[in-house]
Design a protein around this ligand. Structure first.
Ligand code: ADP
Ligand code: MG
Length: 692
């Protein structure tokens, strides 16, 4: 339980300083200025008081039951100080100081040392190398942090390792006049983890939305599980940075080298139901909408404006984000025509004109609240000098506070001239933005969360006609023989053990055997060289397709024997399967996480077009379906023009079987089924690779 960390009553500062320009002084000033409801104990062996508060010589001299100790002392003194705190019965320590695992082995050793001591006394550690926490709850008012942004009470909680980014987000809210509930910057996160904090925020009634920033995930499986549970109840908005190779490097060189491959984090977010952002500005703005607005039931937006163009910009953004702008019902049109000015444009977007009054705005908002065709209301509001703008603002507030449908406002004004309008809207909790696109994107994020929250979870299917034992024994044999890549025979047998159909095949040693195999499989056939030395077969002349008779088989084998003089050379004879759509299925092990599963257009397309999508095991039926729909070439699967579509149900099944296969056989590092020939009535694998 992190209750005592986030809702402290007694806070001590080890390293409290009389020097104004020091962290040990600033933390105390922050606690005082923010109106901390509890007691503050500066600890300093020489000073009698600090900022007018009685100081103590050591932690031992302080009153008991200390919830939080700030440590603002050099790293080398930390382990001993933690020991003292342990004897005193301190519950939590925020270590602001740096000089630990983020600096190298020496610092790492100190971190290990104090961690072991903390564990001994069940002390929880935030940080080290962190800012700390803030809780704006009026009953707590804890500013256990050395920064300077003083938040208004609010509904958004922020959690991040990077204090810098947490602060960027925090300042973004402050600039918008949006409050913060709890703020936590966890630095090296050696003990209390981000998922743990997210779980706490999930239980904190005052937090309506959780905002987080990550550069990489340390314990991805735990992150996914925790976050998924919380995100089902409360929106979590997240941003991942370090997307470029350079960015990842920058991330790895601070906060202890966390950055993992970007893709997996994105997929974890997606699976966990997190609303993700790639732009910090968008994240901040969206959070402002989540803080006060209800989640919409759908994606249908009604727009009300008193000036035309900005509504057009918003419309484009909404449509681009997958939202709809349904027309007004006839009844609504009739009603509004009698209320609004005759020149007003009574459709969606509604233009009440610059001369439009508060009553006009209200009538439009009421109409959209009442009309079931709308899930969200977008207000564009310019403040002309010839209308009563304050009254308009009050009506917008009134509708927002009904909490029936989410409302956002693009406020076009001079914030100094119309400061009263700004205040009315802000105090009324209306998310206001300075650009129509920003406002529309924030609303679209609410819609996105609804889509995530209401998506069909699908079923985690387990096929029972599979033979795990067989798979395991093939893998262990290959492993014992020290082989990293499985032979064609082994690969095809594993596929067969998991009900993944392959074109009829036989592995042969020479031309005579190959001809016999071809005759039993039935012409036309394909011959492929099978050797550890041959990886990309077609590049090396190791694939001969559409061989019509025995002579052609012999000729192909002759050719391969001369060009590919490998000792282990054997020949795979396979049924020729022309006319299908070539797709690729793949899997790649991700440390601590299972496997990435890939689907896309196969054959040469995969290299040229890179039209592939990924997800993480275990895959649900819904996720398999989504993968098929997500590639750019999805229309090819459905059929275009005269070309017939392929059996998508069968491909979905193959994706799920592959997912089960790699889950059962985690020793598989990487595998590719490329191509899988997809037809109207089914699909067969004609080439496959497995490495362990
Ligand atoms: P590699 O990927 O090692 O080059 P493949 O076995 O995938 O070798 O063969 C290359 C290409 O040959 C495939 O992408 C496909 O177009 C074609 N091909 C291979 N096997 C068959 C088959 N059994 N039926 C039809 N076409 C095939
Ligand atoms: Mg291939």
């Amino acid at each position: 339980m992190l209750e005592s960390l986030f809702r402290p009553k007694k806070v001590a500062v080890i390293g409290a300083s009389s020097k104004e320009l020091s962290i040990g002084n600033r933390v105390i000033k922050n606690l005082i200025d923010f109106g901390f409801k509890g007691d503050i104990y500066p600890i300093n062996p020489k000073a009698d008081e600090i900022r007018g508060i009685k100081a103590f010589k050591s932690i031992t001299d302080c009153p008991n039951n200390i919830d939080v100790v700030h440590m603002v002392i050099p790293a080398k003194f930390v382990p001993e100080a933690v020991e003292d705190c342990g004897r005193k019965g301190v519950k939590n320590i925020i270590i602001n100081s740096g000089g630990f695992s983020e600096t190298g082995p020496e610092g790492e050793a100190i971190e290990k040392d104090f961690l072991a001591r903390a564990a001994k006394y069940s002390i929880r550690i935030l940080g080290p190398n962190c800012q700390g926490i803030i809780n704006s709850d009026p009953r707590i008012r804890a500013y256990c942090n050395f920064t300077f942004t003083k938040p208004e009470p609010g509904f958004i909680s922020i959690v991040a390792l990077s204090g810098g980014v947490a602060e960027v987000i925090h300042q973004g809210f402050a600039a918008m006049g949006v409050g913060t509930r709890i703020y936590a910057s966890n630095g090296n996160a050696c003990d209390v983890t981000i998922p743990e904090i997210i779980r706490y925020l999930g239980q904190d009634d005052g937090t309506r939305v959780i905002v987080t920033y990550v550069e990489g995930l340390r314990d991805p499986a735990n992150f996914m599980q925790t976050v998924r549970e919380v995100a089902a109840r409360k929106p979590i908005l997240a941003m991942k940075a370090g997307r470029t190779a350079e960015g990842a490097k920058a991330a790895a060189s601070h906060t202890g080298g966390l950055a993992k491959e970007d893709l997996a984090t994105d997929l974890i977010f997606k699976k966990a139901g997190v609303v993700t952002f790639t732009d910090e500005g968008e994240l901040i703005q969206a959070a402002a909408a989540f803080a006060t607005q209800p989640i919409p039931r759908g994606n249908r937006v009604g727009i009300i404006t008193n000036t035309g163009g900005p509504a057009v910009i918003a419309t484009d953004v909404f449509v681009g984000a997958g939202c709809q702008l349904p027309p007004l019902s006839e009844k609504t049109v009739e009603k509004l025509k009698t209320t609004l000015y005759p020149e007003a444009s009574v459709r969606n977007p509604i233009d009440v004109l610059a001369t439009g009054t508060a009553a006009h705005y209200r009538a439009c908002m009421d109409a959209m609240l009442a009309d079931d065709a709308f899930d969200c209301i977008f207000v564009n509001f310019v403040t002309p000098f010839f209308v009563d703008n304050e009254s308009i603002a009050r009506e917008i507030v009134a509708v927002s506070q009904l909490q029936r449908k989410p409302l956002v406002c693009n406020l076009m004004t001079d914030r100094q001239q119309w400061s009263e309008v700004v205040t009315i809207l802000r105090d009324g909790g209306v998310p206001c933005f300075s650009l129509p696109g920003e406002a529309a994107r924030s609303m679209a994020a609410l819609v996105r969360y609804n889509t995530i929250r209401t998506r069909e979870p699908g079923e985690l299917k387990t096929f029972s006609d599979t033979d795990r034992q067989k798979g395991l024994s093939i893998l262990s044999e290959a492993k014992q023989a020290g082989r990293r890549n499985l032979s064609a025979e082994e690969v095809y047998e594993i596929l067969a053990a998991y009900g993944i159909p392959t074109a009829a095949w036989r592995v042969t040693a020479n031309a005579n055997e190959a001809v016999a195999a071809a005759e039993s499989i039935g012409f036309p056939v394909v011959v492929k060289a099978d050797s550890a030395a041959v990886v990309h077969k077609s590049d090396m002349g190791a694939v001969a397709v559409n061989l019509a008779d025995a002579d052609e088989v012999r000729a192909a084998i002759d050719q391969m024997q001369t060009t590919l003089a490998a000792d282990d050379l054997r020949f795979l004879v396979q049924k020729f399967m022309p006319g299908g759509l070539e797709v690729i299925l793949g899997a790649k092990a991700e440390e601590d996480l299972g496997h990435l599963i890939m689907f896309g257009l196969g054959g040469i397309h995969v290299e040229v077009l890179k039209d592939v999508v990924f997800n993480l095991t275990p895959l649900s039926t819904t996720e398999a379906k989504e993968m098929l729909a997500a590639i750019k070439g999805a229309p090819l699967l459905k059929g275009v023009r005269s070309r017939k579509g392929v059996n998508r149900g069968r491909l979905e099944e193959l994706i799920l079987r592959l997912s089960q296969l790699v889950k059962d056989l985690p020793a598989i590092k990487e595998m590719d089924l490329n191509p899988v020939m997809a037809f109207e009535d089914g699909a067969v694998v004609v080439d496959a690779r497995i490495s362990i």
